[in-house]
Design a protein around this ligand. Sequence first.
Ligand SMILES: [Zn+2]
Length: 68
Amino acid sequence: MKKGVPTQSAVIDHQNGSQMSYKNKCEKCGTMSSSINTLSVPGPRQMYTNNFPCMKCGNQQRVEIIGE
Ligand SMILES: [Zn+2]
């Protein structure tokens, strides 16, 4: 079964076969977003990326989720 592993700025909320969801997590201040992002689980060694600014400290950062 495919699996996505966050390497930075994300915490997995739910993972179910080909779909997964995560919350943004600020690497600077640790704030977690309340909204949930859903995506297709990346294939092996594929990387999903997304950018977001922290709602609390404004730190601009990049989410990275790697498929296994
Ligand atoms: Zn922050």
